[in-house]
Write a protein that binds this ligand. Structure first.
Ligand SMILES: Cc1cc2nc3c(=O)[nH]c(=O)nc-3n(C[C@H](O)[C@H](O)[C@H](O)COP(=O)(O)OP(=O)(O)OC[C@H]3O[C@@H](n4cnc5c(N)ncnc54)[C@H](O)[C@@H]3O)c2cc1C
Length: 473
């Protein structure tokens, strides 16, 4: 067995693993920190591709600026001046309704109706549907049992608002089945509004009243969402450079097993290009990999914990990025993007108007859009051939935004089993997982699988894991 030399070993070099390494190396400057990353490049799913004047995000294209963890890390890394907000002219979303793109009512935030006027006038809802949304404030609160997003939204806002508004907005974020997506883990903030204020309407009004400074501070600078002039990969790339400067070691290798050795840990990996297994001792171990991967590593050690981890389901999706000449797209693309209700019977979940949102995404006189296909309710799409996917995306772009002619740029990013699904019961499951992990000194988990898939939440999870193991070293 290798000697336990007090190393912090982090498995997974996605944003969660990198954030954990940053926090761990800052907390104890002398301590050895080693990251094992199977893919050989830091950043995990985050990646930016630049080609012939196109700048394309492979997965995430922005992050929520209002949460502090992202902005604070970015500022520490000296990247603040590279941040860009969504173009103020297009800070709105469209939703596909009866063959045309209609704006989401102003002030409507995923589930919370913010303004009466915009609900009363939206062409998205029938007169009865609008009244039903306005009646939300009188729907009694429910405090027992966890509901799915679909059950909660239908109960509070009515079926029509769920189908035409909430379902497509939620699919654009989680690519999930709304009948299984759990309110507590996925939309806890809205559950809280109901619990504390009796209705989403009252809760949203109170939120806007009580936190104007938060909304304004983030909103005035970047809007709700921010990105980087040269793409989202700027963040993991700079973070990895900072870590190397601090002496954090990066190893390319897929960890296959973890074991308990006396008071510490050992991980076994197969290093790239080598037939041999390599063991590395660790005083503390942070698993920043997808939950089922962590589950497989821990299966022999703690079968109950492993089974909780492997029970977290993942959905796949595909991002097809298409570039067109501006003149070949009929729609003005005067929004951040378009979400598509399932009831419309189309194949795209959403279209992000990348070159409208951020500068420098397409060459002059061209536009870039990213079509999201697949998701939990359409798992077969991830398996389509490249040709089939491009054909499908082009057909959708033609139908949804009037794109004609041949795309001048195309790129496919397949994300099989990449999005953790926070199903009903997820929050309880995560509590059980955290309890089980607490029984293993020096072990922590981090990543999108547990308490938020968004970039700031994933950064927070890495930092929390580093704090947890530092307290136990
Ligand atoms: C298509 C898509 C679009 C998204 N859009 C947004 C967005 O716009 N805004 C936003 O905030 N969030 C977005 N997200 C979510 C966000 O990007 C992710 O939740 C986050 O980046 C996940 O980080 P992570 O470190 O938890 O996981 P990952 O990025 O998956 O990293 C895990 C790492 O572990 C490595 N690994 C796996 N197994 C092993 C092993 N056995 N040994 C060693 N290494 C291993 C992998 O290679 C990988 O690098 C999006 C996600 C996807 C998929």
């Amino acid at each position: 067995m290798p000697e336990n030399q007090g190393e912090v070993v982090i498995v997974g070099g996605g944003l969660a693993g990198l954030a954990a390494a940053e926090a761990a190396s800052a907390a104890s400057p002398g301590r050895r920190v080693i990251i094992f990353e199977a893919a050989g490049r830091p950043g995990g799913v985050i990646g930016t591709v630049q080609e012939d004047g196109w700048l394309v995000e492979r997965s995430a294209d922005c992050f929520l600026a209002a949460r502090p963890e992202g902005i604070e890390l970015i500022t520490r890394l000296g990247l603040g001046d590279q941040l860009i907000g969504v173009n103020p002219q297009v800070r709105r979303a469209l939703v596909w309704h009866r063959g045309r793109a209609v704006p989401v009512p102003t002030g409507f935030r995923l589930l919370a109706p913010g303004r009466i006027g915009s609900i009363l006038t939206t062409p998205l809802l029938s007169p009865a549907g609008r009244l039903r949304v306005l009646a939300e404030r009188w729907v009694p609160r429910r405090t027992t049992g966890e509901e799915s997003l679909q059950a909660f939204a239908t109960r509070r806002l009515g079926r029509e608002a769920f189908e035409r508004l909430v379902q497509p907005l939620a699919a654009g974020i989680w690519t999930a089945d709304p009948a299984r997506l759990g309110m507590a883990a996925a939309c806890g903030e809205f559950l809280q509004l109901e619990r504390e204020h009796g209705s989403l309407w009252a809760g949203e009004r109170a939120r806007l009243r009580n936190q104007p400074q938060v909304a304004e501070a983030a909103g005035a600078r970047y809007g709700q969402f921010a990105s980087f002039a040269s793409g989202m990969e700027t963040l993991p790339a700079r973070l990895a450079d900072r870590l190397r400067d601090r002496g954090v070691e990066f190893r390319t290798g897929r960890i296959e097993r973890v074991a308990r050795t006396g008071a510490g840990w050992s991980v076994t990996s197969r290093l790239e290009g080598s037939p041999q297994s390599v063991e590395q001792a660790a005083a503390a171990l942070i698993l920043a990999v997808p939950a089922p991967v962590a589950g497989a590593m821990l299966a022999a050690l703690d079968p109950a914990l492993a089974s909780e981890l492997t029970g977290i389901e993942y959905a796949g999706s595909v991002v097809v990025s298409l570039g067109f000449r501006r003149a070949d797209v009929a729609h003005p693309l005067d929004a951040a993007g378009l979400v598509v209700p399932r009831s419309a019977g189309r194949r795209a979940l959403a279209v992000s108007f990348s070159s409208s949102k951020f500068p420098g995404r397409a060459p002059a006189d061209h536009v870039l859009m990213r079509l999201f296909l697949g998701g939990a309710l359409d798992p077969a799409t991830v398996e389509l051939s490249d040709r089939g996917l491009v054909e499908l995306a082009v057909t959708e772009a033609r139908g949804l935004v009037g794109a004609t002619g041949t795309p001048r740029f195309q790129r496919i990013d397949r994300w099989a089993s990449s999005m953790p699904q926070y199903h009903v019961g997820h929050a309880d499951r995560v509590s059980r997982i955290e309890q089980a992990v607490a029984a293993w000194p020096g072990l922590a988990l981090a990543g999108a699988a547990y308490r938020g898939v968004g970039i700031p939440q994933v950064i927070a999870s890495g930092q929390a894991a580093a704090r947890q193991v530092a307290a136990e070293l």
